[in-house]
Design a binder for this molecule. Structure first.
Ligand code: CP
Length: 317
């Protein structure tokens, strides 16, 4: 595997999930694979889970790991070609990327949507420059339009907790004070559309996601209707995708918060969220603390999803 940016890079999804579950049984059994190999994790944005779980995954595989926070201690990077660099940016990304590539064997990159230019965000300008210029296998640690490590961990978690062959999985928008990218819901939709689940997306009107990710999923604007009979409720906020509102908050309607009353509409569903989560905006204290909340095992599976991807990349070196 040379790149991991979306569900297609995994090949057969069921095979990938089974491989992940095998790794989970003994996460140290491939310790020799990463000997004398270096994983570089580059962060343009903050992280708790991705940083720790991906570093742990690399260590499980015997790798040396390095972390670079671009905004803390590195030179400020110019990302546009042709710019006269007479401002505060000291280094161009076109030198920085191959230099980073020369110090490592595999690179993970986190670079969120900037909500300044939709086309640039949806072209994955930064991630694709790493793929083009680093000379090394590159995986997304959440880019502008996708978070495939998260979605893979989500799928592994659903596989572990499902009680029926084809569970009903509902991804619901929920309110948030800040404008958040569509990366997590895009990737979750991408994965659920490939998985053997009955997938429903619910959100207020105006929050439709890019059709490239929604594909054939059912979209229901009435949250109560969508939640009826759900086996898994996956809550997430995102800002508007459609023009002219790209990146804007259109609603903070608190009636979309996932509460005990909302969960009562479901088939005793499990509650999921990628974290970090704003309590009593996205989800009530009662729901996230309930026995049906699986946010912690979901986060723990981030180590397994990352390890599966890095293992496949090591095998391709
Ligand atoms: N879910 C997730 O990616 O968490 P972090 O932003 O903390 O890495």
């Amino acid at each position: 595997m040379r790149t991991y940016t979306n569900v297609k890079d995994l090949g057969d999804l069921n095979t990938a999930v089974q491989e992940a579950l095998e790794i989970k049984k003994n996460r140290y059994s491939y310790k020799g694979l990463g000997e004398n190999k270096t994983l570089l994790m580059v962060f343009f944005n903050s992280s708790l889970r991705t940083r720790l779980s991906t570093q742990k995954a690399g260590m499980n595989l015997g790798m040396n790991t390095m972390v670079l926070d671009i905004n803390q201690g590195a030179w400020k990077l110019e990302t546009e070609r042709g710019v006269i660099m007479d401002g505060d940016k000291s280094e161009h990304i076109l030198e920085a990327i191959p230099v980073m590539g020369s110090y490592c064997d595999i690179i993970g990159v986190r670079a969120f949507a900037q909500f300044e230019n939709k086309e640039d965000d949806y072209k994955e300008k930064i991630l694709n420059q790493f793929i083009k210029y680093s000379g090394k296998p590159v995986f997304s640690m959440e880019a502008a339009t996708g978070h495939p490590l998260q979605a893979f961990a989500d799928l592994i978690t659903i596989e572990e907790y499902k009680k029926t062959e084809r569970p009903k999985v509902v991804m619901t928008w929920a309110p948030h004070p800040k404008a958040l990218p569509q990366a997590v819901p895009n990737s979750f939709a991408d994965f659920m559309n490939e998985a053997d689940v009955d997938f429903v997306i619910t959100h207020p009107e105006g929050y439709d996601l890019d059709p490239k990710f929604v594909r054939g999923a059912k979209v229901e604007y009435n949250q109560d209707k969508a939640l009826a009979g759900a086996d898994f409720v996956y809550a997430k906020n995102w800002a508007a995708y459609a023009d002219p509102n790209y990146g804007k908050i259109l609603s903070k309607d608190m009636s979309w918060t996932v509460t005990t009353q909302k969960m009562a509409l479901t088939n005793n569903a499990y509650f999921m969220h990628c974290l970090p989560v704003r309590r009593n905006m996205i989800v009530s204290d009662d729901v996230i603390e309930s026995p049906q909340s699986i946010v912690i095992p979901e986060a723990a599976n981030r180590e397994i999803s990352a390890q599966t991807i890095i293992k496949r990349m090591l095998e391709s070196l």
